[in-house]
Design a protein around this ligand. Structure first.
Ligand SMILES: [Zn+2]
Length: 144
C-alpha cells in the first residue's frame, strides 16, 4: 500500500496546516487508485472546514454534507476520495484515539505534524478491517 503525492500538493497541505495552526486543518485527498498494486495517486488536496465544535486544537470533523458534495463532484470527474488529510499541532503524526474512532476502513489518513508552526513530519495510515491503523508508504517525492 502506498500513497503518491507530488511535492506541489504536499506544499498546499503544509500551507493549510500553517494557516490554521494551532488548530487542526483538514481536507480531502482526491485522485485515482490502482487497487491491484495498492497504489493511490493524489491529484488534488481540497480544503475542508474543520467542524469540530470546541476542540479544533486536538480534533477535526468534516460535515457529512460536505463529504457527500465532494463525493458527487469527484465521481463525475472519474476520480474518488482516496482519503483525508489533517494536521496535528504540536503532536506527532500518529492517529489519536478520536481519529481511530472516527475513521473508516479503506481510506488513507494522511497526518502532518506541525511543531511551533512549522511542519515536522508526516505519515499516512489506513485502517484495517480489524480497526487498527497501519502505516502506508509515501512516495519518494513526498518529503519535507
Ligand atoms: Zn488526528
Amino acid at each position: 500500500m502506498s500513497l503518491q503525492m507530488q511535492s506541489s500538493i504536499l506544499k498546499e497541505i503544509i500551507v493549510h496546516a500553517s494557516e490554521t495552526y494551532p488548530e487542526e486543518c483538514c481536507g480531502f485527498l482526491i485522485g485515482t487508485e490502482d487497487a491491484k498494486r495498492g497504489i493511490r495517486t493524489v491529484s488534488d488536496a481540497v480544503r475542508a472546514v474543520n467542524a469540530a465544535a470546541n476542540s479544533k486544537r486536538t480534533r477535526y470533523t468534516i460535515e457529512p454534507r460536505e463529504i457527500l458534495k465532494m463525493e458527487q463532484s469527484v465521481h463525475s470527474a472519474g476520480k474518488k476520495i482516496l482519503g483525508y488529510y489533517h494536521s496535528h499541532p504540536d503532536h506527532p503524526p500518529v492517529p489519536s484515539e478520536f481519529d481511530r474512532n472516527n475513521a473508516w476502513p479503506g481510506y488513507s489518513y494522511f497526518i502532518i505534524s506541525v511543531m511551533n508552526g512549522s511542519p515536522a513530519g508526516m505519515r499516512s495510515w489506513r485502517l484495517s478491517d480489524s480497526g487498527k491503523f497501519i502505516q502506508e508508504e509515501l512516495s519518494d517525492g513526498t518529503q519535507l
